[in-house]
Design a protein around this ligand. Structure first.
Ligand SMILES: C[S@@+](CC[C@H](N)C(=O)[O-])C[C@H]1O[C@@H](n2cnc3c(N)ncnc32)[C@H](O)[C@@H]1O
Length: 454
């Protein structure tokens, strides 16, 4: 039975002679990313646009690493500080090389200036950057077993309440670098496990390591224990396993066939995904067979602007029931979380784990892909001048005009005078407005500088 499906129309995909997948109905081909002999299908509804987007994020991450390195100036430093900054500089140089090797499959090409990314808003919220989950990579494949075993033990205890078939088919959504998928795949003696994440770096590492490759990736602990641990050269590795498949795609637009899985696991996903629980369940209910199980684990409310989505465990259970998922068991468990042996900072989390049975019997489709407009994807049709765009254009022009007045000579009062001369605003109002605008700019610059310094 074919498990992969088109993320646009949900039809079965064809495997072509060159190993790529294609959808005949949509006439779309999907790239395959390859690292150390491991192949990860890149199954996004608009694969070309998504690949360019991830390339940009990668270039942005590299620009950040480079900026860190240039900030590590040793000028004026002496003694222990000099030693630390020297080590850090060398490690960041190595890190850049490692990242380029790992993300070569994205064919990153020429980096464009960081300012251009910022202007084009290709800089994403930090929780979706290429390196957002760097610590998870090291936890999964370099720090040893303790933390991973504690989580897998707990989840196996909870799964004892699930009457899974022998050799179940398992899907892990938001799998990160893949260790939990790797551990549960073996412990459940799964017939096949599919591990899906939107981040290609994590998918590639998971795929390569779980088929036996060794990869180098420096760790930069948050609070290094001592000088030896300012930057730690790590090797990511594991014993190879069979039938564990990594897929790069969007959990909200699943590239999977209907009724394919006996168990779907969402570990540490609901708290970061840009969607409500209803959207997430709506997206995966189609691929979970009726009577199959959904295991949710991790934190429930971490980010998200909408207060309605920052749920307590009781609300989450109620919402799951409303969505046709019968709650079988729920548990709070304190577990270690991202405890690097090289760091003074150690987290533990009161995790929430919920096992539910899929009572939906007639899920026609999940959350179908809404096609992006052609003017956005293909770039040939005129861009509609909507009212929202007009407002943005106007404010951007004013911002650009004010910024263009900053020439290293003019004072805030001089700038206010220009605005009055241009009949844009009375001088007194302009002073107030420019001060506020520059204050925001100044604070953003300071915050960014602080962050870049770590
Ligand atoms: C907090 S991390 C947890 C990773 C992993 N489950 C673990 O426990 O280490 C959340 C993961 O969800 C992924 N993610 C976020 N939004 C996603 C989406 N729409 N589709 C697929 N993965 C997504 C992120 O890339 C990240 O790997």
């Amino acid at each position: 039975m074919a498990v992969l499906g088109c993320p646009r129309c949900e039809q079965t995909l064809n495997k072509q002679a060159d190993g790529r997948y294609g959808c005949a109905a949509c006439n779309v081909q999907f790239p395959i990313l390859e690292l150390s002999g491991a192949h990860v299908p890149f199954l996004w509804p608009e694969p070309g646009a998504a690949l360019r987007d991830w390339r940009n994020r990668f270039n942005m991450a590299l620009a950040d690493v480079e900026q860190q390195r240039t900030l590590c100036t040793t000028e004026g430093a002496t003694g222990a500080q000099l030693e630390r900054l020297t080590r850090l500089t060398a490690a960041l140089e190595e890190y850049e090389k490692e990242l380029k090797r790992l993300l070569e499959p994205l064919k990153p090409g020429e980096a464009i200036a960081k300012e251009t990314h910022l202007a084009l808003r290709t800089r994403l919220p930090t929780h979706h950057g290429v390196l957002s989950y760097a610590q998870n990579i090291h936890r999964d494949w370099a720090w040893g077993d303790a933390e991973n075993v504690a989580v897998a033990d707990h989840l196996m205890d909870v799964l004892a309440a699930a009457d899974l078939p022998t050799e179940p088919r398992v899907l892990v959504l938001g799998c990160g670098a893949g260790r939990l998928a790797y551990d549960l795949h073996q412990r459940l003696r799964a017939g096949g496990t599919w591990a899906l994440d939107s981040n290609p770096l994590l998918c590639l590492i998971g795929a390569a390591v779980s088929r036996g490759a060794s990869l180098d990736l420096t760790e930069f602990p948050l609070a290094p224990v001592d000088i030896e641990h300012v930057a730690v050269a790590r090797t990511l590795r594991a014993a190879p396993v069979e039938n564990l498949h990594f897929v790069c795609g969007d959990a909200l637009r699943l590239p999977l066939a209907a009724d394919s899985f006996d168990l779907i696991i969402t570990p540490w996903l609901v708290d970061v995904i840009d969607a409500s629980v209803a959207d997430l369940v709506g997206a995966f209910a189609r691929v979970l067979r009726p009577g199959g199980f959904w295991l949710n684990h991790g934190s429930l409310a971490f980010t998200g602007a909408d207060p309605a989505n920052r749920m307590l465990a009781t609300e989450f259970a109620e919402e799951s029931e409303r969505l046709g998922m019968e709650v079988v068991t729920r548990q709070d468990q304190r577990l270690p979380y991202l405890q690097s042996p090289a760091s003074r900072q150690h987290r533990s989390e009161l995790t929430y784990t919920q096992l539910a049975r899929n009572k939906n019997t007639d899920v026609q489709t999940g959350h179908r892909h809404q096609h992006l407009p052609d003017w956005l994807v293909e770039g040939k049709a005129p861009i509609p001048l909507s009212a929202e765009f007009q407002t943005q254009i106007h404010t951007t022009r004013i911002h650009a005009f004010i910024m263009s007045l900053i020439d290293g000579n003019r004072s805030l009062n001089d700038m206010a005078q220009v605005l009055e001369d241009q009949r844009l605003m009375p001088r007194a109002d302009a002073q107030q407005a420019i001060r506020q605008f520059l204050l925001t700019m100044y604070e953003e610059a300071e915050t960014h500088r602080g962050r870049a310094r770590g």
